[in-house]
Design a protein around this ligand. Structure first.
Ligand code: COA
Length: 160
């Protein structure tokens, strides 16, 4: 049986921490679908088309991955893509409560799927998209955290 995992998020923008999770997940699952939420409670710097384009660029060298966008419930997107796993990354204990709540809610909304967590590699444990945006806005180096194409776009968009 082929197992498809959906990895949802805002990805504003995708970071090396996300790429690391996707790359490791492809060793476990037959297909990893990176699903970019069009509308979230977050005010995004990049629109969903841009966020998807960055994800495609950053993940181009990893096999068994596809990038899609979705609007509305993740449960519906997961069903639409035939995913039976919802993949999330855990960086620190502080992520846990929110993730636990989301996993429990998604279990109600899509009981046929299981949420699976991968812990982030140590060197990416402190990254978040908003920190990366803030560093770029203040002219700091983000080379270590994002793909070069994303770095360039970030400076053009957020540099004050
Ligand atoms: N490496 C680096 N950063 C990581 C990371 C990793 N491995 N894992 C998470 N992060 C960061 C993200 O960059 C993000 O940072 P930010 O807050 O600075 O933007 C933060 O951790 C968590 O955000 P993200 O992983 O993008 O998830 P999210 O919380 O923004 O996404 C959705 C939430 C989109 C998955 C959720 O809102 C959703 O499912 N929405 C659809 C509607 C729905 O179904 N709602 C009901 C859900 S039960």
């Amino acid at each position: 049986m082929s197992i498809r995992a959906i990895y949802p998020g805002t990805f504003d923008p995708i970071t090396c921490g996300h790429t690391d999770i996707v790359s490791r997940a492809t060793r476990i699952f037959d297909r990893v679908i990176v699903a970019i939420a069009a509308s979230t409670s977050k005010k995004t710097v990049f629109n969903v088309t841009e966020r998807a384009a960055f994800a495609r660029t950053a993940l181009a060298e990893i096999d068994k991955v596809e990038v899609c966008t979705f609007d509305g419930l993740l449960a519906n997107a997961a069903r639409g893509h035939g995913a039976t796993v919802i993949l999330r990354g855990l960086r620190a204990v502080s992520d846990f409560e929110y993730e636990f709540q989301m996993a429990a809610m998604n279990r109600k909304l899509i009981p046929e799927a299981e949420t699976v967590f991968l812990t982030t590699s140590g060197r990416y444990g402190y990254i978040s998209s908003s920190l990366v945006r803030e560093i770029a806005a203040l002219g700091g180096p983000v080379t270590e955290f994002v793909h070069p194409a994303v770095e360039q776009a970030l400076y053009e968009r957020v540099r004050r």
